[in-house]
Design a protein around this ligand. Structure first.
Ligand code: NAI
Length: 342
């Protein structure tokens, strides 16, 4: 099958801050890889607010709905101005219930070597449903803050099934269900109970165990190699995925995918890095790794592997690195070196 005959439309969101710089570099690399993607550029973020009066205009939502696939740069959510996080809006709009965050060592010689972990975070429920309010007492309007966490059996079931299927398809050996069912007995107890029930169907193919989140956090520092795939709730997944990014050299190397039944959006885990925006020095590696995940998502495993091998060669053998990794290459120079390697 020739790559040219099977073009796959992808919504491309440049995003804010360093977004346009790392998206441009990633696009050049992906095009040099002769990947099957056809880019459908759409507005989102602060630029879209100016041009369309909305951080997430309807043309962008329509494009993602049509294509079912998007690659996005980081988006800045204005603080304290009544805007809901664009990322949360997109996850809800397209029911992207699985947040896939792999952490694999590329540059050896760090504090940990040979890390190969996959974290799956439930992306729509738990404490991120945003049901919060203050209760006034006496003259204090904010005397008490109350927040509700919501987990549904159906939500727990679909993320558990997705994770076990993913683990089997990718030849993983073990899934650890991470929870806090000793304290949040109902909220995360339901998650644990449902995931264990679903796991019964997979126990011939996978080792399935569980861990309390605090113990898991400590074990990840002491001996991360004992874990393989981690399955957890929204808040715990948010925290633990940054922790596992720390095991492989930080946010500059951490990609993520938000995946649902009808759409998938791939991105770097990091934000828009306003402190270095416009300087041309951002590290595009995390977004490139997200693009590799997108290639795998459309079953282009060969291209994904080529990209990862070239990225490793550029970083390790050629020693071409951006400032965050101790090098002096600009974003463009890094992309040029990577394209040479392809
Ligand atoms: P951040 O991840 O943007 O930056 C944290 C630190 O890491 C900064 O010093 C930054 O320069 C550095 N950094 C991040 N990515 C880098 C890269 N590719 N190359 C080199 N250095 C890099 O986190 P921060 O500052 O908390 O958030 C900034 C904005 O990003 C906020 O508006 C936040 O809402 C947004 N954000 C968006 C996300 C998304 O769209 N998925 C995720 C996280 C934050």
């Amino acid at each position: 099958m020739s790559s040219a005959s099977q073009r796959i439309p992808v919504t491309l969101l440049s995003g804010d801050g360093i977004g346009p710089e790392i998206i441009a570099a990633t696009r050049r690399v992906i095009d040099a890889l002769d990947a099957p993607f056809e880019w459908d550029e759409q507005p989102a973020g602060l630029g879209a607010l100016e041009s369309h009066g909305d951080l997430l205009p309807s043309c962008t939502l329509d494009s993602i709905r049509r294509n079912g696939l998007a690659l996005k740069g980081p988006l800045t959510t204005p603080v304290g101005s009544g805007f809901r996080s664009i990322n949360v809006r997109m996850r809800e709009e397209f029911q992207l219930y699985a947040n896939l965050r792999p952490a694999r060592t590329i540059i050896d010689g760090g504090r940990y070597e040979d890390i190969d972990l996959v974290l799956v975070r439930e992306n729509l429920e738990g404490f991120y449903v945003g049901y919060e309010h203050y209760i006034p007492v006496g003259g204090d309007p904010k005397a008490v803050a109350e927040s509700a966490g919501i987990n549904t059996r159906e939500g727990c079931r679909r993320i558990a099934e997705w994770t076990f299927d993913y683990a089997v398809r990718h030849g993983r050996r073990k899934v650890t269900i991470v929870h806090k069912a000793n304290i949040l007995k109902l909220l995360t107890g339901l998650f644990l109970e449902t995931a264990r029930e679903v796991g019964e169907r997979y126990k011939d193919q996978l080792i399935i165990e569980d861990r309390i989140v605090d113990n898991c956090a400590m074990q990840l520092v002491l001996n991360p190699w004992q874990f393989d795939v981690l399955l957890t709730t929204n808040l715990f997944g948010d925290i633990l995925s940054d922790q596992i990014a720390g095991l492989i050299g930080g946010l500059g190397m951490a990609p993520g995918g938000n995946i649902g039944k009808d759409a998938a959006i791939f991105e770097a885990v990091h934000g828009s890095a306003p402190d270095i925006a416009g300087k041309g020095i951002a590290n595009p590696s995390a977004l490139l790794l997200a693009a590799a995940m997108m290639l795998e998502h459309v079953d282009r495993h060969d291209s994904a592997e080529r990209l990862r091998i070239a990225l490793r060669a550029t970083l390790v053998e050629d020693g071409v690195r951006t400032g965050d990794l101790g090098g002096s290459a600009t974003t463009e120079q890094f992309a040029d070196a990577l394209i040479q390697r392809l």
